[in-house]
Design a protein. Structure first.
Length: 114
């Protein structure tokens, strides 16, 4: 299970990406977002066993006050809620830089935005 937690003092919107071989719309990765998290709130972003999916996971988040949690792994994401394969995009999509985290170390992982 992957839980997203907002430990920041502003609303946060987050997305994740995980290994999904032969994703139906193309590629080997699946991406989903945007979870809206109030300060102090947590939500389950992935309910399955992380060990069954793969070791490396990716994420990106931004706060209402402009703070960004990102990295060097580019991905196209839309402005609206989505659950797509890695090569799917639409006209509202923009490229974000995702951070990498080792979600597959156990069957549970928490990502906290601070």
């Amino acid at each position: 299970m992957l839980r997203l937690t907002n430990g920041y003092n502003s609303i946060v919107w987050a997305m994740i990406e995980w290994y999904h071989p032969n994703c139906p719309d193309g590629g080997d990765w699946e991406k989903e977002g945007w979870w809206q998290l109030q300060p102090g709130e947590s939500k389950i972003a992935y309910a399955g066993d992380l060990n069954d999916v793969g070791f490396w996971w990716y994420g990106f988040a931004h706060a209402a006050d402009g703070r960004v949690w990102g990295g060097n792994f580019p991905e196209l994401v839309p402005a609206r809620a989505f659950r797509w394969c890695e090569h799917t995009a639409d006209t509202s999509s923009r490229t974000v830089g995702m951070f990498e985290f080792p979600g597959g170390q156990s069957d549970k992982h928490v990502v906290t935005f601070r």
